[in-house]
Design a protein around this ligand. Structure first.
Ligand code: UD1
Ligand code: UDP
Length: 382
């Protein structure tokens, strides 16, 4: 039997652990014996409900290597990761580094591997907000330009790469200078489909919170500008509170630790008191993945600044108000499934009122066929 391809998968932040579940599952089933995966967790996210819960719920084997870098400034955190990843890569045990998304863990993996000539495979390549004030935009551009395989989730992502000079016709052996660009679909779609049934069986969050189908608004907020700029933080939360009163619908908001901290440190105290007093405004701890899927599939409307949650709203046919000035998932906005509202109270309130009254238009699937992970494994082997 041929020697298996040895992949070092680097994860660190919540969405990367979730995304890694799809390929990790394919490696252990259909590609068993042909691909061997080692998981390196940088430790960017470390609270149980930001990390371990996803290994447990999504059946991902534990991390083989844990760097435990923890939180820090961009430079300090990324530097600690690069050093740890480089040390691991120098063992000579890995043929390819597999990276997800656009976090500091992604950037660290790309820089560490490319500098010592270990090929990089980037899942979620080609996404662009065209806003370099976002740390994620810097991370994804650098990672793409260090990569040997660029696995795009959408045609828009492929086009973005072509516009940056990537040659879509490269064939033969992929290299960092002649990378291969492929649209394989979205591993998050694979996951949502695979875990939706399990969420129905196991999640009790809808009953626990006393919610009903189409009976509440689900919100998440965690982008650095929305949490760190008090004006935006106050505008978003005061608008959500008004929507709760106006529409008489509960709002469920699982709080990212960054947002919890920002609310304690930067929120207008009067607003914080009003939120605490509003019975139907449920500020919950970060949800596990099965609970999150249950919430998304039961909500009437999703309001979010998360990349992943925007798409999951679409997977479960829920309209979405995006708390950002732009999105990488432009298809959702073009097809009327989502509206960009930034942190603007009027735009948020109007988009929400419209979606609550009229729903979102029907739309065909946009993110592949639910087998992105298998397509990526097959491409790496070929
Ligand atoms: C990171 C990613 C972002 C992604 C998000 C997913 C970068 C630059 N940003 O943002 O792209 O959308 O993850 O959730 O990589 N904290 C805890 N416990 C934890 C993790 C974080 O308390 O387990 C707190 C710390 O105070 C930390 C803050 O959250 O300083 C921010 O964490 P960090 O990983 O730096 O950035 P995120 O905002 O989570
Ligand atoms: N998610 C979760 N619990 C939460 C919030 C999000 O399981 O409380 C999941 C969500 O379903 C999606 C992923 O985390 O799969 C999105 O991650 P996040 O919003 O942290 O980051 P982004 O996608 O914006 O990078």
């Amino acid at each position: 039997m041929a020697t298996p391809l040895r992949i070092l998968t680097i994860i660190g932040a919540r969405p990367q652990i979730i995304k890694a579940a799809a390929i990790s599952h394919a490696v252990r089933t259909k590609f068993k014996g042909r691909i061997q995966e080692t998981l390196l967790h940088t430790g960017q996210h470390y609270d149980n409900n930001m990390s371990q819960v996803f290994f447990d719920e999504l059946g991902i084997p534990g991390a083989d290597i844990a760097l435990n870098v923890g939180s820090g400034s961009h430079g300090a955190q990324t530097a600690r990761m690069i050093e740890g990843i480089e040390t691991e890569l120098k063992t000579g045990k890995h043929d390819v580094v597999l990276l997800y998304g656009d976090t500091n863990s992604t950037l660290a993996g790309a820089l560490a591997a490319a500098k010592i000539h270990i090929p990089v495979a980037h899942v979620e390549a080609g996404l662009r907000s065209f806003n370099k004030a976002m740390p994620e935009e810097v991370n994804r551009v650098v990672c793409d330009h260090c990569s040997t395989w660029l696995f795009c989730p959408t045609e828009t992502a492929v086009t973005n790469l072509a516009n940056e000079g990537f040659d879509l016709k490269n064939a033969g052996t992929a290299t960092a200078d002649k990378p291969h660009v492929l649209n394989c679909g979205d591993v998050m779609f694979d996951n949502s489909m695979r875990f939706a049934e399990l969420a129905k069986e196991r999640s009790t969050i809808i009953a626990d919170l006393g919610l009903g189908m189409n009976g509440f608004i689900l919100a998440t907020v965690h982008r650095d500008n929305n949490t760190d700029e008090p004006e935006r933080l106050n505008a978003i939360f005061s608008t959500l509170l008004k929507m709760h009163h106006l529409h008489g619908l509960p709002i469920v908001l699982p709080l990212h630790p960054r947002t919890k901290k920002a609310m304690e440190e930067r929120m207008d105290p009067a607003l914080a008191r009003e939120l605490a007093a509003a019975k139907g405004f449920i500020l919950a701890p970060p949800a596990g993945f099965l609970d999150m899927i249950a919430l998304e599939s039961h909500a009437k409307l999703v309001v979010t600044d998360s990349g992943g949650v925007q798409k999951e709203a679409f997977f479960f046919a829920k309209p979405c108000v995006i708390l950002r000035p732009q999105t990488e998932w432009v298809e959702l906005v073009e097809r009327g499934q989502a509206v960009l509202a930034d942190a603007d109270p009027a735009r948020i309130a109007n988009a929400a009122a419209d979606f609550l009254a009229n729903g979102a238009p029907a739309c065909p699937p946009l993110f592949g066929d639910g087998h992105a992970a298998e397509a990526i494994c097959a491409a790496l082997l070929s």
